[in-house]
Design a binder for this molecule. Structure first.
Ligand code: SAM
Ligand code: DTB
Ligand code: SF4
Length: 336
């Protein structure tokens, strides 16, 4: 069994990224099969519960008030609208419902309203995930007490490249929120965005940060930049698709027990590219025709892709088993 490490050096991570692709995928597949059924993929659906007018200046994001983007702002949704969207997500096969708000951080009053949403979505038998910006330790505890399962808070890129993309907060603030989330007992979802003009060394830096957290995140979303007109990163040179696949494979090797999510950007990927990502160890996706504000593949295309690849969606029970403390997971699935 591959040991779980938290002491990866940047050079070690870069050496993995530099491997011949075939060797890299082979290693990633070996690790993947030790810990997961390779033919199962966890499925989540996203809903933007508060859209646009965000005070942060993230260069990739259509929801920042700093950029001129053609986007309709929406206030915090009503509870009934969230309940309806969750019902539809469940009917389309999602086991987790992820709610995102364009906030730097929630106010305590807003937190009260999102807590009602967590309770309502849980009552429908779905796992819950929220991404609301920075949290204080007390806010993280309130969410955990309400029964929230996951909190998403991305590191996005390497510590050195972060300032090129965002100026309104620091990398350390991101790490602090992740610590508050972990200490509150929530499952952690954190990853990044590729294709923002970063170097391979930056991608290694992001992966090193994630893999050297005191406990690996249960979920690691790897997004490909969705280029939106009016954002500063619109027009960035597209990333070589193999570079994206390599990053997924290295995330799988570094964090053997984590779900690695093939996240934003699938609309721009061929079915063959997505299949390569699954081969490299990706084992979760966002399903549903919208991410937060941008398009995601049609549900019929995803269904057909799963059929063609022989992939079954993970059940809620299976995905909950993956959130046990590290080294204490259920016995790995045997194949062959
Ligand atoms: N405001 C909160 C925050 O930033 O943590 C939560 C919502 S924010 C939209 C969630 C994540 O979406 C960001 O951390 C970023 O990684 C991702 N994201 C935003 N815009 C994106 C884009 N154009 N392409 C890919 N990922 C994007
Ligand atoms: C994550 O890593 N990707 C999702 C989710 N976590 C919240 C968000 C992607 C957003 C893509 C741009 C948009 O649709 O606004
Ligand atoms: Fe705001 Fe989150 Fe978008 Fe940054 S990524 S501008 S914090 S919504």
């Amino acid at each position: 069994m591959t040991p779980i490490r938290h002491d990866w050096t940047r050079e070690e991570v870069e050496a993995l990224l530099d491997l011949p692709l075939s060797d890299l995928i082979f290693s990633a597949q070996q690790v993947h099969r030790e810990h997961f059924d390779p033919n199962r993929v966890q499925v989540s659906t996203l809903l933007s519960i508060k859209t646009g007018a965000c005070p942060e200046d993230c260069g990739y994001c259509p929801q920042s008030a700093h950029h001129q983007v053609d986007l309709e702002r929406e206030r915090l949704l009503q509870l009934e609208e969230v309940e309806q969207a969750a019902r539809s997500a469940r009917e389309h096969g999602a086991t987790r419902f992820c709610m995102g708000a364009a906030w730097r951080n929630p106010t305590d009053r807003n937190l009260g309203r999102v807590i009602e949403m967590v309770r309502a979505v849980r009552d429908q038998g779905l796992e819950t995930c929220m991404t609301l910006g920075m949290l204080t330790p007390q806010q993280a505890r309130r969410l955990a007490e309400a029964g929230l399962d996951y909190y998403n808070h991305n590191l996005d890129t390497s510590p050195e490249y972060y300032g090129e993309v965002i100026s309104t907060r620091t990398y350390q603030e991101r790490l602090d929120t992740l610590e508050h989330v972990r200490e509150a007992g929530l499952s952690v979802c954190t990853g990044g965005i590729l294709g923002m003009g970063e170097s391979r060394r930056d991608r290694a830096g992001l992966l090193q940060q994630l893999a050297c957290l005191p406990r690996h995140p249960e979920s690691v979303p790897i997004n490909q930049l969705v280029q939106v007109e009016g954002t500063p990163l619109h027009g960035t040179e597209a990333l070589d698709p193999f570079e994206f696949v390599r990053t997924i494979a290295v995330a799988r090797i570094l964090m053997p027990e984590s779900h690695v999510r093939l996240s934003a950007g699938r609309t721009d990927m061929s079915d063959e590219m997505q299949a390569l990502c699954f081969l490299a160890g990706a084992n979760s996706i966002f399903h549903g025709e919208r991410l937060l504000t941008t398009p995601n593949p049609e549900t019929s295309r995803d269904r057909r892709l799963f059929e063609r690849l022989g992939i079954q969606p993970e059940t809620a029970h299976e995905s909950a088993a993956g959130t046990q403390p590290q080294g204490e997971q259920a016995a790995p699935v045997q194949h062959g």
